[in-house]
Design a protein around this ligand. Structure first.
Ligand SMILES: [Zn+2]
Length: 292
């Protein structure tokens, strides 16, 4: 076995030791510090520590938490409305971008590049979701490199910042050559815990019902998977926030910690003693909007 293949297999065993979110149902999270309701000081924007791993579980220092992620956009028809809804609910989210949507000179390409800048301007995080939305493990190394690097270049050119997060299409990131490509670029793979299944239904109410069910199955919450390319997903977001508000009211009435809405930069597994501390990103005051 060559040194390169040995390194790849070591990396694979290391990464598969932390199984993807969907492969760890019913896991428990060590009790953490209770998140007190109310405003907290604005935390500094921190590096996402590229090369680390986000498995989708709520970090132990939050007793219960949720982070919203939206994949496959930006989509000029649906994403702008979602941005307004996120602002109205004081939520900062992460958008995993498909490169071909922002690459080209057609009017919709230009509009979606502008939309990408607007997503970043409103304080959301951006991640790489490949160029063609393909299973990376099925590709040759040069194709894997193109999928990741072309998308990273496009996002960097549009926004001035290269994404540090990567979500593999379908969450499939097991082949040594695709894992190696992600690690070589110091990208942080991001999985999820709560799948709203908005990719297989066609109504906001069905997405809401699925989220409610998933929240029962994952009582500590975690990373939520949605798609900003689906109109019913956008319409479902306020309905999902109603579910969270009702659940939090029940929890607080029982003297238990409510779900904090945080973002993915709070999920990165810390390096050694450099524990990430600070208030949840989403507790930053939102501009002039009402509290619910
Ligand atoms: Zn996707």
């Amino acid at each position: 076995m060559s040194v390169r293949r040995l390194a790849a297999s070591l990396l694979l065993s290391l990464l598969t030791a932390v199984a993807p979110a969907q492969a760890t149902p019913g896991r428990t999270v060590a009790p953490g510090r209770t998140v007190a309701p109310g405003r907290a000081p604005t935390p500094p924007r921190r590096s996402l520590l590229g090369g680390q791993h986000i498995d989708g579980r709520c970090p132990p220092r939050f007793r219960r938490c949720l982070a919203f992620t939206f994949d496959d956009g930006p989509e000029i028809v649906t994403t702008p409305r979602l941005l307004d809804l996120l602002d109205a609910h004081h939520v900062r989210a992460t958008f995993f971008v498909v490169g071909h949507r922002i690459d080209g000179d057609e009017p919709h390409h230009r509009a979606q590049r502008n939309l990408l800048r607007e997503i970043a301007r409103r304080g959301h995080l951006l991640g790489n979701h490949t160029y063609h939305h393909v299973v990376l493990g099925n590709l040759r190394p040069s194709q894997i490199a193109y999928e990741i690097d072309r998308t990273g270049d496009l996002i960097a050119r549009a926004t001035g910042r290269r994404p540090e997060l990567l979500r593999a299409p379908y969450g499939l990131l097991t082949a040594p050559r695709s894992l190696g490509a992600v690690a070589a670029r110091n990208l942080t793979p991001a999985y999820w815990m709560i799948d709203t299944h908005d990719w297989e239904v066609t109504s906001a109410e069905a997405v809401q019902a699925r989220f409610r069910q998933e929240l029962l199955e994952h009582p500590h919450g975690g990373v939520v998977l949605m798609h900003d390319t689906r109109p019913w997903s956008v319409r479902a977001f306020p309905l999902i926030m109603q579910v969270v508000a009702r659940r939090n009211a029940e929890l607080v009435a029982r003297g238990e910690a409510p779900f904090a809405i945080i973002n993915l930069d709070q999920f990165v597994v810390p390096r050694g003693a450099e524990a990430l501390r600070g208030a949840p990103l989403n507790r930053r005051g939102a501009r002039g909007s009402r509290r619910r």
